[in-house]
Structure formats: structure tokens, C-alpha cells
Design a protein around this ligand. Structure first.
Ligand SMILES: NC(=O)c1ccc[n+]([C@@H]2O[C@H](COP(=O)([O-])OP(=O)(O)OC[C@H]3O[C@@H](n4cnc5c(N)ncnc54)[C@H](OP(=O)(O)O)[C@@H]3O)[C@@H](O)[C@H]2O)c1
Length: 262
């Protein structure tokens, strides 16, 4: 790779790190927030490794990124619930790039349901993807970052990881877990050079609610149609902010909610 490894800009006397030549792994890059983070990172000069299960979506995103920006975009098909897939994701990254600078634990599912409707398989799926997936991401990426004495892990939680709503009970439990992981990582890693950011979006217009099957939740959502939501790029810009601060600045928590009409 002939890219510059580190560029620092001085803006108003502050050193702002560029993403030029850095390598970022993004899980859940096949749609929504993950896809937008990948595009914004590429726009800022980062090489991106795109992970998800839908290979066709990853391939078309990688093609778009490489045609629009002077960066490399590699795809790795990975199911975050499989430890070996996440280990392979980092191994594949190391084959092509000299470092693992940023790891975005973004893949997630939001299968909202009321407890009385007993959708136990969906509870399990949320625990597997939203908690175990993040843990496997940390397991796979952290050793390389500790060895480099530098890196940044971004965990995508949710406003539902700060508040619990009717029908979000299990989803919120998983997102509170993500927040707890981020808080513990910040405490344990602050002397290692590895930074941690917990990102908590409010409602963002993506495919996420399309997998909900609880009829009562779906009709509740019908009543809420017309409410303002965020776009994926609103979250992507906040992630770019978090990962481009000077190396001594640890942006631990970012919460982004949509404004509502007056
Ligand atoms: N949209 C919102 O309102 C909102 C609000 C707060 C937080 N969030 C969080 O933001 C993150 C991204 O969600 P989104 O809104 O962008 O939804 P999305 O468009 O549905 O994206 C979810 C991503 O997760 C991936 N994924 C799901 N299960 C996976 C698995 N087992 N292995 C690998 N990848 C998997 C999907 O890819 P494949 O299906 O191709 O595998 C997809 O790329 C999630 O963690 C979500 O909880 C979203």
C-alpha cells in the first residue's frame, strides 16, 4: 500500500488527526448506518474493510467507494455471531493492510416486541447479534490494537441503551450491555493507546425496523408515521468527529437524537 500512514492537521492550534491511510473495519456495512460510515471514512481517506452477510451489497458498496475515492475497499463476508468469522475478518484485514486502526461494532438487529408476546427466538437473536457480536468484535480487534499501542473501537449502542420504552425491553437490555462494555473498555484501556466511543443514535431511517414481526408494535409504529427521523449520514458524521480528534482526546459517548417540528 502506497498510502501515507498518518496526517495531522492544525486547526485553531489543535491537532486534528486525518483518516488518510488508516484502516477501518466496519461491521453491518451492507446497509444503513454502517454503509454510510464506510462512505464517510472513505471520503476522509481511510481504507475500509466492509463486513456483513449480504455479499452482493458489500460488493456494490466496495465498487462505488473505490470508483469515487482514492482508497482500498475490501469485503469480508462475516456473521458477527460466529467467533471464527470475526477472527477471520481481522486476519483478512491484516493480510492487506499494515494496521487495524479503527473497528466499528455496528451490526445489530432491533426486533421490538412486547414481552407478553413471548418472541423468545428473537430475544436470543438480539442477544447473539447485539451483545455476542460486539464481544466477538472486541475479541478479534483488541489484541492487534494493544500490540500497536493504538486504535479506536466504536460500539454502536442506541438511545434505547439509555432509556427503555414499551416493546424495547430486550432490545434495550442488549444496548445497555453495549454501553456497559464501552464504559468498561474506557476504564481498562485508557493507558493503552486504544480509544473507545459509544455511539447512541435516536431513530434513524434505515432497514432496521423492517424485521419487526410483533403486530402490536407494527400498529404502534403506524401511529408514529410522520415523526422526524435522522439519516444514516447524520450518525456517520458524528463517528468521523469521534475518530478524528487528537490522540489524547477520548470521545467516549455520542448521543444523537432528531429534533421534532415546532
Ligand atoms: N436505525 C435506527 O433507528 C437505530 C437507532 C439506534 C441504534 N441503531 C443501531 O445502529 C446499528 C446499525 O443499524 P441500521 O439502523 O443501520 O440498520 P440496518 O440497515 O438494518 O443495518 C444492520 C446491519 O447489521 C448487519 N447484520 C445484522 N445481523 C448480522 C449478523 N448476524 N452478522 C453480520 N451482520 C449482521 C446487516 O447486514 P447483513 O444483513 O447483510 O448481515 C446490516 O448491514 C445497529 O446496531 C442498530 O441497533 C439504529
Amino acid at each position: 500500500m502506497g498510502y501515507i500512514t498518518k496526517v495531522v492537521f492544525r486547526i485553531g492550534g489543535i491537532n486534528i488527526s486525518s483518516l488518510q491511510g488508516k484502516t477501518a473495519i466496519i461491521t453491518g456495512a451492507s446497509s444503513g448506518i454502517g454503509e454510510s460510515i464506510a462512505q464517510h471514512f472513505a471520503m476522509e481517506g481511510a481504507n475500509v474493510v466492509l463486513a456483513a452477510r449480504r455479499k452482493d451489497r458489500l460488493e456494490s458498496l466496495a465498487q462505488r467507494i473505490e470508483s469515487e475515492h482514492q482508497v482500498s475497499a475490501k469485503i469480508v463476508v462475516a456473521d458477527v455471531t460466529k467467533q471464527s468469522d470475526m477472527e477471520n475478518l481481522v486476519e483478512e484485514t491484516k493480510k492487506d493492510f499494515s494496521s487495524v486502526d479503527i473497528f466499528i461494532n455496528n451490526a445489530g438487529v432491533m426486533l421490538l416486541s412486547f414481552l407478553k408476546n413471548d418472541k423468545v427466538e428473537q430475544w436470543e437473536q438480539m442477544v447473539d447479534v447485539n451483545i455476542k457480536g460486539v464481544l466477538f468484535g472486541i475479541h478479534a480487534a483488541l489484541p492487534a490494537m494493544l500490540e500497536q499501542e493504538a486504535g479506536h473501537i466504536v460500539n454502536v449502542s442506541s438511545v434505547a441503551g439509555h432509556e427503555v420504552f414499551p416493546s424495547s425491553t430486550v432490545y434495550s437490555a442488549t444496548k445497555y450491555a453495549v454501553k456497559a462494555l464501552s464504559m468498561g473498555m474506557e476504564k481498562e484501556l485508557s493507558r493503552t493507546g486504544v480509544r473507545v466511543t459509544n455511539v447512541s443514535p435516536g431513530a434513524v431511517s434505515t432497514e432496521l425496523p423492517e424485521h419487526i414481526t410483533d403486530e402490536e408494535v407494527l400498529s404502534m409504529f403506524e401511529d408514529r408515521k410522520g415523526r422526524r427521523t435522522l439519516e444514516s449520514e447524520d450518525i456517520a458524521r458524528s463517528v468521523v468527529y469521534a475518530v478524528t480528534q487528537p490522540s489524547y482526546v477520548n470521545v467516549n459517548e455520542v448521543i444523537v437524537r432528531p429534533m421534532q417540528d415546532k
